[in-house]
Design a binder for this molecule. Structure first.
Ligand code: GBH
Length: 467
């Protein structure tokens, strides 16, 4: 029987602003999300991450829950403005101390820490200086990464740089639905994005040069993966193209639009991943974008493509495509009433096989799935239980497809479930629950959902309970 390899890592993920709370203590300054949450009408339930899961105080209890789950690894992000209240320069020891405690606590329970340098909570002080629009951010981010490496790399081997530039640039600087809520035009947004790629490159160099022990590092990408409606070479080729092409406008999206994906050139994989892994922007994208493409030099592309060890993929939803003689491919309609999560994202487990396959074919790097999961409108029953059978079904079917990638010997290294616990879901506030651990945000009580017990046994059996 096929199975996940023995050294496959089973983990779960969170991010700083979504769980920590304690936004105003021990020297932490505002991030752009603190500011954005204060803006009228930006967050659906008028909430913020001010308290969230109060993980800043509950971290010990939370590590206990991770231990009970049997987690082998925990992916979390660091709050830049806790470490450097001004974004650069002075280092805040109290901020370092918090993550020191967390890392030591995890290691004590034999849970491997995987650090994400940046998960969207840019210090407001840097946004005030132009944020990702300011070319200096590459240097600021490098400095920050250097400090983290200096302080934590004696104990932390695995690192991720920027979480989903597709979201924090595409949605934050162009669409405007995420902090800081800007609506720059495509050209300006692509320039900001270019700076984020440079920041990634600088951070890889800084992590390595300050490392106390050998480290591994890679970026984290997201997007909407196209997969072949049927497994034949023509459809496969069509899906590969649909996944990696840069879409210039709603006119050339081949039916993609109907999936309510924000169709804009900022929403794709290749524009972000090709520079990092291949050292250049995609030819097809440069063609589509024409004079909207950013200015760049060879020397910059060299920094951006500083070699990395792996690629992180956050996979949630995709769409099936078929080949078409005229336009190459088009999105196949999903049947009416097809399964959706609470967020109304289509249930498309096929992407767990096809995304790693396509990414490995194109970039030849080992792959972690750094996020995968779903939101549901879970609630606590009278008997203090949370029954979430749909999440269990979701995880099972997604993991089964992931295992097919393992069967084909694609170098998949691990899986981080999103999310360890219910948390602040950005502009959706607390209305979308992604956790396998239920959080009562009034009392801060945690409770294993049924899916947590299921995942516990999945980890214990190395995925054998999928069948
Ligand atoms: C992640 O982003 C974030 O890293 C994380 O912080 C967040 O809590 C989590 O996901 C859940 O949202 O319209 O059906 O094609 C996810 C980015 C962007 C994933 C849009 C799914 C489209 C679904 N996502 N996307 S669909």
């Amino acid at each position: 029987m096929s199975r996940f390899k023995d050294d496959f890592i089973w983990g779960a993920a969170t991010s700083a602003y979504q769980i920590e709370g304690a936004t105003n203590v021990d020297g932490r300054t505002d991030s752009i999300w603190d500011t954005f949450c204060r803006g009228k009408g930006n967050i659906r339930d008028y909430s913020s991450g001010e308290v969230a899961c109060n993980h800043y105080e509950n971290w010990q209890h939370d590590i206990g829950l991770m231990e009970q789950l049997g987690l082998q690894a925990y992916r979390f992000s660091i709050s830049w403005s806790r470490i450097m209240p001004n974004g650069c320069g002075e280092v805040n020891q109290a901020g370092i101390d918090f993550y020191d405690r967390l890392i030591d606590g995890l290691l004590e329970k034999k849970i491997k820490p995987y650090i994400t340098l940046f998960h969207w909570d840019l210090p407001q002080s840097l946004e005030d200086r132009g944020g990702w629009q300011n070319a200096d951010i590459a240097r600021w981010f490098g400095e920050y990464a250097g400090v983290l490496s200096e302080r934590f790399s004696d104990r932390v081997e695995n690192w991720f740089t920027l979480n989903e530039p597709q979201c924090f640039i595409g949605l934050g600087y162009h669409v405007g639905s995420k902090a800081p809520g800007l609506q720059l035009d495509v050209k300006e947004s692509l320039q900001a994005l270019h700076h984020s790629l440079l920041a990634h490159g600088h951070s890889v160099r800084a992590l390595r040069s300050n490392a106390k022990n050998p480290i591994k590092v890679g970026p984290v990408q997201t997007g909407t993966v196209a997969y072949p409606f049927e497994n034949n070479p023509a459809y496969k080729e069509a899906a590969y193209r649909a996944t990696f092409n840069v879409h210039g406008s709603n006119e050339d999206n081949h039916g993609y639009y109907q999936w309510k994906v924000p169709v804009n050139p900022l929403w794709n994989f290749a524009w972000y991943a090709d520079p990092i892994f291949l050292g250049h922007y995609p030819e097809q994208g440069l063609e589509v974008l024409g004079n909207k493409a950013p200015k760049f030099t060879d020397q910059e592309m060299e920094i951006i493509s500083e070699p990395v060890d792996y690629c992180g993929l956050n996979l949630y939803s995709g769409f099936p495509v078929v080949a078409d003689a005229e336009c190459g491919w088009y999105a196949k309609e999903r049947p009416l009433g097809n399964p959706l999560t609470a967020f109304k994202w289509s249930m498309t487990p096929e992407i767990m096989y096809w995304a790693p396959k396509f990414f490995y074919e194109r970039y030849k790097k080992p792959i972690y799935i750094t996020e995968n999961g779903m939101s549901a409108h879970d609630w606590l029953s009278d008997s203090d239980k949370v029954s979430d059978p749909q999440r269990i079904e979701f995880l099972k079917s997604y993991l089964k497809y992931y295992r097919r990638a393992s069967d084909e010997n694609l170098p998949i290294k691990g899986y981080f479930l999103w999310s360890l616990m219910d948390n602040f879901e950005w502009e959706q506030g607390y209305e979308e629950r992604f956790g396998i651990i239920y959080v009562d945000f009034e009392s801060q009580k945690r409770c294993f959902k049924d899916s947590a017990y299921w995942y516990q046994s999945c980890i214990k059996t190395k995925g054998k309970n999928l069948f």
